[in-house]
Design a protein around this ligand. Sequence first.
Ligand SMILES: Cc1cc2nc3c(=O)[nH]c(=O)nc-3n(C[C@H](O)[C@H](O)[C@H](O)COP(=O)(O)O)c2cc1C
Length: 351
Amino acid sequence: MLRSLIFRSMDAQTAHERILSLLGRVDQRDWVQHAAQALYRRMASFESTCVGGVTLDFPLILAAGFVKGQGFATEDEALFAVERDENIIPGWHTMPNIVGAVEFGSFTRYPRLGNAGQVIWRDAATRSTQNRVGLKNPGARAASLFLSKHPPKKPFGINLAVSPQVTDPDQEEAELVESFRLFLDAGVLPDWFTLNLSCPNTEDDPRGYQTEEKARRLCRALLGHLGSTPLWVKVSPCLSPEQYGKLMEAFAGEGVRAVIATNTLPQPTPDDAQVTGGVGGGRLHAAALEATQHLMTARREQGYPVDVIGCGGVIDAKSHQDFKDLGVQAVQYWSALVYQGLWAYAVILRK
Ligand SMILES: Cc1cc2nc3c(=O)[nH]c(=O)nc-3n(C[C@H](O)[C@H](O)[C@H](O)COP(=O)(O)O)c2cc1C
């Protein structure tokens, strides 16, 4: 009932902003957190699973991009907001209490305001979402400072992305390592870090940016600093089977524990056919399954010790089963929040 009311009365972006604003307010309300925890204890009685070096209460993780924080123009502004005790990462407290495991981010080294105008759409007929948020986030320094003051419930992950405008490989690597170090030095110790190799809605070409060479270089640089925290990598849909094979070889060689398949699928946005936005949900599902299948084949045939986490159109029991049939131990979801509500994990697992 609530969904049809929301769908009728507001567009996807307004609904998203209102939910985040509500989450930002209730993050500080103890009674809401206690109620969310009590509900979680009642509802989350599923079989636990271990994936990518992390033990989960059940095999569903909220994907990156929901609890990622506000955008800022400069690092000083973001740090000032943290000093003023503003909630710059709405949902940091409430979402883990409601849904369990959450991947925070993506965070880039420096804050980003993201793209202006309409940047989130929904396509209810196919239960899809589309976005060109453009990596809006507070930047790694302010995010790490905020999360050190407000440690999230475990297990949680932190997703880091290379800054889209950075093209120099040395700078790219240096910024990523600096971001990792900022979290670790602030004492923010997630259960996993994810390297987001795929940023489809920032006008980059997601294919050209996920070469084996780049994957090896960045993973090696990060794993040199991570200690025992597992590193996961998130990739795009629609790469060639050979490229998925090469990436798996690189991940296995460098010690990556899991690969998330996939990020969104770039397609023209509803408002302007010249501008692309990343599609998630139903319209991504087939491509994400195909990517997962290629990665699982490489894993099986070559014996790579890299887990595959499905992501793309997990909306109900059937779409979840599609990934399970490929042998994955866990999946991530985002669009299911829109179509099944905040307790989507329970709807998906109980059916
Ligand atoms: C509004 C929005 C913002 C997103 N932002 C990020 C992000 O910052 N980093 C990331 O790795 N994925 C991001 N994603 C992609 C999701 O994590 C997920 O990979 C994608 O939506 C596919 O899952 P789904 O089919 O369940 O929606 C975003 C998705 C949406 C809808």
